[in-house]
Design a protein around this ligand. Structure first.
Ligand SMILES: Cc1ncc(C[n+]2csc(CCOP(=O)(O)OP(=O)(O)O)c2C)c(N)n1
Ligand SMILES: [Mg+2]
Length: 282
C-alpha cells in the first residue's frame, strides 16, 4: 500500500500526463480529469484489489467503472502507472488507431477497461449488474467501484439505478460523485440543480459519506477506507466528493470552460510549471 506522500507524488505526475495528453491531441477534457486525480490515484494505488494482468471477467478482484467517460485522460494515465501498459502509449491519446480514444471503449482492447463510457448515465447500471454477478459467484470480498460526474447525475437512468441498488441490497458497490458543481455549460446549480443530493440519496436508501475536500489525499484515502468498512451491510455505499474542476493548475481551477478545452503551448508550459515531474514524463 502506498503512503500518502507517495500518492501525492503519483498524482502530480498524473496531472502532468493529463495536460500533455490533451495538449498533444489538441482536444479532450482536462478539467474533470484534474479534479478527480487524487481520487483515482488513491483508488488504484491504495484501495482497490486489482490485477494489472487484465482479464475481462475480473474474477476475484475489485472492479472500477468510469461512468463520466470524458475524463478518461486521468484513467489512462493511472492505468499506465499501475502497470497495465507502457506510459509511452499515453502519447497516442485521441490519435488515429490509438487504443486511447477520446472516450473509453472495449473495442480498442485497452487493458483495464471493461465497458465503453461517454454516453453519460450508464455506468451505475452496468456496475450494479457486475456487483450482482459477484454475489452470484459468491465473491464475498470483491467490491465494485464507480465514478460519476455531477452533471452526469442529471441523467434519468442514474435515478433508476439509484432506486434499484438499495431495493436489491447491492451492498458490494461504492459509488462516488465528482461534486465539482461544474458541467459543460456552467454551474450544475444553475443548469439543473440536484437541490439536496445527500438527502435524496439517503432517502433512496444509500449509505452516504461526504468528503468536503476531494483534492486532499488524506481525506480521500480516509473516505475510501471508511466506505469499504461500510460494505456488506445490506445497503449500497455512496461518496459525495467535493472537488475543484481543474485542480492543480491555477488558471483552470473552478472554470467550467476547462471542462473540454485543450491548453495551447503557452498554457501547457504554464500548467506544467505548477506540477512537479515526479515519476518521469512519458
Ligand atoms: C447522454 C449524454 N448527454 C450529453 C453528453 C454531453 N456531455 C459530455 S460531458 C457533459 C457534462 C457533464 O458534466 P459533469 O458530469 O459534471 O462533468 P464535468 O464537466 O464536471 O467533467 C455533457 C453534457 C454526453 N456525453 N452524454
Ligand atoms: Mg461536474
Amino acid at each position: 500500500m502506498a503512503s500518502v506522500e507517495e500518492l501525492k507524488n503519483i498524482a502530480s505526475q498524473v496531472r502532468r500526463d493529463i495536460i500533455r495528453m490533451v495538449n498533444g491531441a489538441n482536444s479532450g477534457h482536462p478539467g474533470g480529469s484534474l479534479g478527480c486525480t487524487d481520487f483515482m490515484v488513491a483508488l488504484y494505488f491504495n484501495q482497490m484489489n486489482h490485477n494489472k494482468n487484465f482479464t475481462m471477467d475480473g474474477l476475484g478482484e475489485d472492479l472500477f467503472f468510469l461512468s463520466n467517460g470524458h475524463i478518461c485522460p486521468v484513467w489512462y494515465s493511472v492505468l499506465a502507472h499501475s502497470g497495465y501498459y507502457e506510459t509511452s502509449e499515453l502519447a497516442t491519446f485521441r490519435k488515429l488507431n490509438s487504443r486511447m480514444q477520446g472516450h473509453p471503449a472495449t473495442a480498442e482492447h485497452l487493458p483495464g477497461i471493461r465497458c465503453a463510457a461517454g454516453s453519460l448515465g450508464q455506468g451505475l447500471s452496468v456496475a450494479i449488474g457486475a456487483a450482482l454477478a459477484k454475489k452470484l459467484n459468491k465473491e464475498d470480498k470483491s467490491i465494485v467501484y464507480t465514478l460519476h460526474g455531477d452533471g452526469e447525475f442529471q441523467e434519468g437512468q442514474i435515478w433508476e439505478a439509484l432506486m434499484f441498488a438499495p431495493h436489491h441490497k447491492v451492498d458490494n458497490i461504492i459509488s462516488t460523485i465528482d461534486y465539482n458543481n461544474k458541467q459543460i455549460d456552467g454551474d450544475v446549480d444553475k443548469v439543473l440543480s440536484h437541490r439536496d443530493l445527500k438527502a435524496k440519496l439517503r432517502e433512496f436508501g444509500w449509505d452516504v459519506i461526504e468528503v468536503l475536500d476531494g483534492n486532499n489525499m488524506e481525506a480521500v484515502t480516509a473516505a475510501l477506507a471508511d466506505a469499504k468498512s461500510r460494505t456488506g451491510k445490506g445497503v449500497p455505499v455512496f461518496i459525495m466528493m467535493h472537488t475543484v474542476m481543474g485542480k492543480g493548475v491555477d488558471f483552470m481551477e473552478n472554470q467550467h470552460q476547462w471542462h473540454g478545452t485543450a491548453p495551447n503551448a503557452e498554457q501547457t508550459a504554464a500548467a506544467l510549471a505548477q506540477l512537479p515531474e515526479t515519476l518521469g514524463d512519458y
